[in-house]
Design a protein around this ligand. Sequence first.
Ligand SMILES: NC(=O)c1ccc[n+]([C@@H]2O[C@H](COP(=O)([O-])OP(=O)(O)OC[C@H]3O[C@@H](n4cnc5c(N)ncnc54)[C@H](O)[C@@H]3O)[C@@H](O)[C@H]2O)c1
Ligand SMILES: O=C(O)C[C@H](O)C(=O)O
Length: 344
Amino acid sequence: MRTSMLRTLARRTSTAGTRRGFASESAPDRKVAILGAAGGIGQPLSLLMKLNPLVSRLALYDIAGTPGVAADVSHINTRSEILGYAGEEQLGKALEGADVVIIPAGVPRKPGMTRDDLFNINAGIVKSLCTAIAKYCPHALVNVISNPVNSTVPIASEVFKKAGTYDEKRLFGVTTLDVVRAKTFYAGKAKVNVADVIVPVVGGHAGVTILPLFSQATPSANLSSEEIEALTKRTQDGGTEVVEAKAGKGSATLSMAYAGAIFADCLLEWDLNGVPGCLYSCHSYSQLVTEPAISLHPRLRFGKNGVEEVLGLGALSDYEKEGLEALKPELKSSIEKGIKFANA
Ligand SMILES: NC(=O)c1ccc[n+]([C@@H]2O[C@H](COP(=O)([O-])OP(=O)(O)OC[C@H]3O[C@@H](n4cnc5c(N)ncnc54)[C@H](O)[C@@H]3O)[C@@H](O)[C@H]2O)c1
Ligand SMILES: O=C(O)C[C@H](O)C(=O)O
């Protein structure tokens, strides 16, 4: 269902000039803030969020470079008003009244690095941005993209706990890109229409902590265990595949912007607008933190107050059961590292 978003957006924007071409005035006012908006992910994500008719105000914040991005994006003839903010002194204004905050701020990997190698720089960035979120928009839904996600989300939750604003139902690590990849790779191997594919992915967002559940993939296909293992490995190494192909010029940006945009769209439609009975079956890393097991659940049901129900893992194959046991120590230690940093 999510994959139809861009087609829908394209259709809506292509009818510009008609009443239907823009979000109706009756759609609720929704402010989305992107922190790190001038970066490799931030720019295409700003574009995609500008195309989303559920957004009425889009605040683009970065330490520098946002006036240009904001001027550029603001010329697109869609509903949202674009607000550009640069420099720490403008962070509060960027966040005030935000319903959804998306954080792609921070440094990306180069070949040979792990995501955890980014911790020293990105942990501090996420901590300070979340401190500001707690102050200026404590009830926002917060989507953390900055790596290492397995540690930055715990940092965010600790900051919010200290500020008294923590709501486990409103904080998300964006691992949607793993789902996007799993669907693409599975469709290619199973020779099925990618638009029809559903693959739950559980765990965290780094190497073996990413666990795609191909045994539950639909449409089902008769893949061999070798093929399933190869698909699993490719999904786990998808980020590295891009980092190596970019050869020092960063990591996934365009596919990440897409993944970040569809997840935010899901929250805007299903959570904030309370569309009933919807199930987002492809993500997430939520409600985690002190209890890693909780973060392993892939399916979330959204309601007006964020996550309303966390559904179970479903039946796992023996291979997936092994993968699940293998990922727990690394995920747990990354979570603990984040918690320790936030409380130091
Ligand atoms: N969760 C995922 O699946 C996923 C996927 C891809 C990348 N990432 C991560 O996203 C992050 C960003 O990647 P990128 O390719 O866009 O990097 P980038 O270097 O191109 O952009 C990062 C942006 O963050 C900004 N920034 C730095 N400090 C900031 C601060 N304190 N406040 C606001 N903005 C700040 C920079 O100015 C820059 O514009 C990296 O940590 C990367 O590892 C995560
Ligand atoms: O691999 C990275 O460093 C970026 C991101 O986490 C990804 O999965 O593409």
